[in-house]
Design a protein around this ligand. Structure first.
Ligand code: NAP
Length: 259
């Protein structure tokens, strides 16, 4: 399917690896020029170069912490006029409700709620003036069904979801859509780190930890970054202009709910 976005310009945050990289690659495949970002310059440049050579699109790589004001300024300055924004950042650490202090919540809110909000505040006005824009926020299945050990994520991402629900309906008349993608378990470094925490806690092998987690998913496997990226690219496409303020679960059926 032609997504109709060839020649558009996208910022994809936290995109040297994992789900962000999956989104960057899928957008590049649709002919979108990219501004990619991550903290580690070497990994980022490697991923950017691979995309340039695979898809022949322009890629600007900005090594910066997107959760810092300085990092966001660097990305926004390099980005200029942007048609598509994909927000993403590392997820908060696991733990239990009694472990976390105010500082832990502030960090999680900064990374997974206030950073995407700041980026939207900066880029939505230009999209609205130009009469076209797409924003996709990478959140988590924890928004639909809380994950006990990821309370910081449950809290911060639900805050972002409320913001998107209201804001998306205020910008839609200008041809700008905002939607959220909710990953369940995907085979990325983040998933491996969470597997590692189970290995440590339960004293089992990595294979056993993965098999146990895969068994909780009706599809009986982890998702892939390519599948995730394809869904992101569709939400950014010309065909998705009537999809407004939605939360799309990509979890292999893991969230047991009727709607
Ligand atoms: P990942 O494989 O660990 O990749 C994270 C990417 O983000 C890397 O490119 C990393 O590069 C970059 N990054 C992290 N923190 C950053 C920051 N502060 N500023 C800029 N770049 C940053 O993670 P993932 O699995 O793709 O997860 C992406 C998001 O989806 C996370 O928020 C995660 O919690 C959420 N999620 C993932 C899953 C899953 O199963 N994978 C499920 C639910 C939710 P650098 O380290 O070099 O910065």
């Amino acid at each position: 399917m032609d997504l109709g976005i060839k020649g558009k310009r996208a910022v994809v945050c936290a995109s040297s690896k994992g789900l962000g990289l999956g989104c960057a690659r899928a957008l590049a495949d649709a002919g979108v020029d990219l501004v990619m970002n991550a903290r580690t310059a070497e990994t980022l440049e490697k991923s950017a170069e691979k995309i340039r050579s695979d898809y022949n699109v322009s890629v600007t790589a900005i090594a910066a912490d997107i959760t810092s004001e300085q990092g966001r300024s660097a990305v926004l300055e390099a980005a200029g006029d942007v048609d598509i924004l994909v927000t993403n950042a590392g997820g908060p650490p696991p733990g239990l409700w009694q472990d976390w202090e105010r500082e832990d919540f502030i960090k999680a809110l900064d990374a997974n709620m206030l950073t995407p909000i700041a980026l939207m505040k900066a880029l939505l006005p230009g999209m609205m003036v130009r009469g076209w824009g797409r924003v996709v926020n990478i959140t988590s299945q924890s928004v639909k069904a809380p994950i006990p050990q990821l309370g910081l994520s449950n809290a911060a991402r639900t805050g972002l979801t409320g913001y998107v629900a209201g804001t998306s309906r205020q910008v839609a008349e200008k041809g700008v859509t905002i939607n959220n993608l909710l990953p369940g378990i995907h085979a990325t470094d983040r998933a491996m780190a969470l597997d590692g925490a189970i290995v440590k806690k339960e004293g089992i092998s990595v294979e056993e930890a993965r098999a146990r987690r895969a068994a909780t998913i009706p599809a009986r496997r982890y998702g892939t970054a390519d599948e995730f990226g394809a869904a992101c690219a569709f939400l950014c496409s010309q065909h998705a202009g009537f999809i407004v303020g939605q939360n799309l679960l990509l979890d292999g059926g893991g969230t047991n709910a009727t709607i």
